[in-house]
Write a protein that binds this ligand. Structure first.
Ligand SMILES: C[S@@+](CC[C@H](N)C(=O)[O-])C[C@H]1O[C@@H](n2cnc3c(N)ncnc32)[C@H](O)[C@@H]1O
Length: 215
């Protein structure tokens, strides 16, 4: 066999391998996210992970100096988690609940010290286990809320607000024009926190609070 074409083919294979590696390093999370979207379209509910600008805005409510832990729901590949930790929150003070086994495994490998629970955010007592009675400082949610029935969404927000002090936020993004859960007079309020145009797709961030004085 002629050695020249063999060497040429080996060189080409090497270059293709390097290109593949570089592509996977740059877009690996997007590829995994898209694969999981195909397997679980309702649970993932977005074409791409949140961009860094929106992640930073979502994390802005976190108070690293507060002794209570933060609860994150639906971390996916961990873009918002990264922004939360970048604010200075100690990893041991972050509890994440993720439904997808693949994302939960990735989160554990990526964020040592963060408590990652593979579980259902709509069944918080079961997911939190022995931490079910804990008061968290705030909740950061990346759940695709609009894919769940309205009654479940309302129940979830009320349940989350019962696990943080009155006045502290449950922060949630959504791609729709309206908040994914409307205010429930006498129970909780909702306010627009930000419109994030530098995200694909553009999104809005909402904050739910239980006013002080409501038990
Ligand atoms: C729109 S993606 C957001 C992922 C990530 N937070 C981000 O902003 O890029 C929704 C995430 O919520 C997770 N999820 C969906 N339903 C869930 C549930 N019931 N409990 C916990 N996580 C859930 C999905 O697996 C996915 O990781």
């Amino acid at each position: 066999m002629n050695a020249k074409p063999v060497a040429k083919a080996a060189g080409l294979n090497k270059r293709i391998g390097a290109l593949r590696g570089a592509f996977a390093a740059r877009f690996g999370d997007e590829m995994r996210f898209f694969r999981t979207l195909i397997d679980e379209p309702r649970a993932v509910g977005a074409l791409l992970p949140t961009g860094p600008a929106m992640a930073t805005k979502m994390a802005s409510v976190v108070r690293p100096e507060n002794p209570a832990s933060v609860l994150e729901l639906g971390p996916g590949t961990g873009v918002i988690t990264k922004a939360v930790l970048a604010r200075g929150l100690a990893p041991a003070k972050l509890v994440c609940i993720e439904f997808s086994p693949e994302f939960a495994g990735m989160m554990r490998a990526r964020y040592a010290g963060v408590k990652v629970i593979e579980g259902d955010a709509f069944d918080l007592d079961a997911a939190l286990g022995e931490r079910r009675g804990e008061t968290f400082d705030c909740v950061v949610s990346g759940l695709p809320l609009l894919n769940f029935p309205a009654a479940s969404r309302i129940r979830l927000i009320a349940d989350l607000l019962d696990r943080i002090p009155a006045g502290r936020p449950v922060i949630q993004f959504s791609y729709g024009p309206k908040p994914p859960v409307p205010a429930q007079p006498g129970r909780f309020t909702v306010a627009r926190h930000a419109v994030v145009l530098r995200n694909v797709p553009p999104a809005q961030i909402w904050i739910y609070r239980k006013p002080a004085g409501i038990a």
